[in-house]
Write a protein that binds this ligand. Structure first.
Ligand code: SF4
Ligand code: SF4
Length: 431
């Protein structure tokens, strides 16, 4: 596939059956193909194994959606989620599929703004707009969605989203005391009951053990990819690594793990051969902050277009999603649900207070990545990340880490201004 002839393939009949706004969605499909060709296929010296992930994007509105519909026909639950707090292992244990529905596109924001306030986070608006405008086949395909109470914009949006698609909500604790863990365990149990209700089957401990292994394997594969990015020169671009992390929220997990490991085998070889996507003198940047949902590639594209390479991301689309494994030793249902609870309680989202472990984690990942500068990325109106950024800044100042903070949305309007600031930041790293 070349930059010019890359297309996201159309499935108009399936989209019509899913009651989508087909003419409008087809335009979005064409635009995604053009942008993807330009941003990804134009990169020099890409690993060959990226062809699988290119193909995933070419079929993102087609073959993968067909797999979801086939699962539904067999009575397997298909659940949409918006947060890494939802224990997807339980859905997989029921033979079902969990898909991330976070919105990363400006295209659906106007649909949301017809009803939601303008001054809330673009990720929430984009996700809601996809459903309101009937321009996302995943939203149309799910049995139900599971939201959470991590931030105010989300939890109030779920009440409105429930008018369009069955929306259940998990209460996420905001602190990490013993009583919060007890409450969270109850929420995990309720989630299991809800999934069992939908598929009208009881999940066994063996099934849950298998699902925990599958999702842990996904985490292990992504950890391996992250470790390889620490090499200098970097064997893969930050844009491609981010893309893989984004696809992790859509793809069939066993197939995804196989492909990520095959890619990592190739990257291993590249590291041995000192083969990189940029020269070893290229500035190395770590990005920390809010998740970047597909197709939000704005910051990575700006950084890498300026000759630098992104070597790690600390966010929920990235390391916060896969850094912690679930204890696989538990064999009883009660023990497994406790293990799930303990693992998910380790997520260091800024919705928690206090959340000092995130600051430690950011520094730890920074050192491990071999980065030479830290870029903090926040979405507009995300109060928790925007406020917690103060502590990241202080930690970087203390460690004398070159630092840049960006607050942005999904529109292209600030691209010129961001480019200027990023170039100045890279100059600072170059010294
Ligand atoms: S940043 Fe917080 S709210 Fe967003 S996905 Fe992560 S844990 Fe959930
Ligand atoms: S980025 Fe912030 S405001 Fe937006 S959904 Fe996540 S936690 Fe909420």
């Amino acid at each position: 596939m070349s930059t010019e002839n890359f297309t996201v393939r159309p499935y108009p009949e399936m989209w019509a059956a899913l009651e989508m706004d087909v003419p409008r969605f087809d335009k979005a499909r064409q635009m995604l193909g053009e942008v993807y060709g330009k941003l990804f296929l134009s990169q020099a010296n890409r690993p060959q194994r990226m062809t699988y992930f290119d193909e995933m994007i070419a079929e993102i509105f087609g073959r993968r959606v067909e797999e979801l519909l086939a699962a539904k026909k067999e009575g397997r639950p298909v659940v949409g989620t918006f947060c890494v707090y939802i224990p997807g292992e339980i859905v997989v244990a029921a033979g079902g599929i969990c898909v991330g529905l976070c919105g990363g596109s400006q295209g659906s924001v106007p649909d949301a703004e017809k009803i939601l306030p303008r001054n809330i986070c673009p990720m929430v608006k984009s996700a809601y707009g996809f459903k309101a405008g009937r321009i996302c086949p995943y939203f149309q395909a799910v049995d139900f969605v599971y939201g959470e109470t991590t931030c105010d914009a989300k939890k109030k949006t779920w009440e409105l989203l429930d008018r369009l698609v069955p929306t259940h909500v998990m209460e996420i604790p905001q602190m990490k005391r013993a009583r919060d863990r007890t409450m969270w365990l109850e929420e995990v149990r309720d989630f299991k009951t809800k999934v069992e209700d939908v598929c009208q089957a009881t999940i066994s401990a063996d099934q849950l053990a298998g699902a925990i292994r599958v999702i842990n394997d996904k985490r292990r594969a992504l950890q391996r990819l992250t470790a390889l990015r620490a090499a200098n020169p970097a064997p893969i671009s930050g844009k491609d690594a981010l893309l893989i992390e984004q696809i992790a929220f859509y793809d069939e997990p066993v197939r995804f793990v196989r492909e990520v490991n095959l890619l990592c085998d190739e990257l291993d070889q590249r590291v041995k051969n000192l083969e990189g996507v940029t020269p070893d003198s290229a500035p190395r940047v770590m990005v920390s902050g809010v998740p970047m949902a597909l197709p939000n590639w704005k910051v990575h594209n700006l950084v890498e277009s300026a000759g630098a390479v992104v070597v790690g991301e600390e966010s929920c689309i990235d390391s916060r999603y896969f850094k912690d494994l679930i204890d696989e030793k538990e064999t009883t249902m009660d023990g497994q649900l406790e293990a799930l609870t303990d693992r998910y309680m380790q997520i260091d989202c800024s919705c928690f207070t206090p959340n000092d472990e995130r600051i430690e984690q950011v520094l730890k990942e920074y050192r491990a990545s071999g980065a030479r500068g830290m870029l903090h990325y926040s979405l507009q109106f995300c109060h928790t990340y925007n406020t917690e950024e103060i502590k990241i800044l202080e930690a970087c100042e203390k460690e004398k880490i070159p630092y840049l903070s960006i607050e942005s949305d999904y529109s292209p309007e600030d691209v010129g201004q961001l480019q200027t600031r990023i170039e100045a930041f890279l100059e600072q790293i170059r010294g």
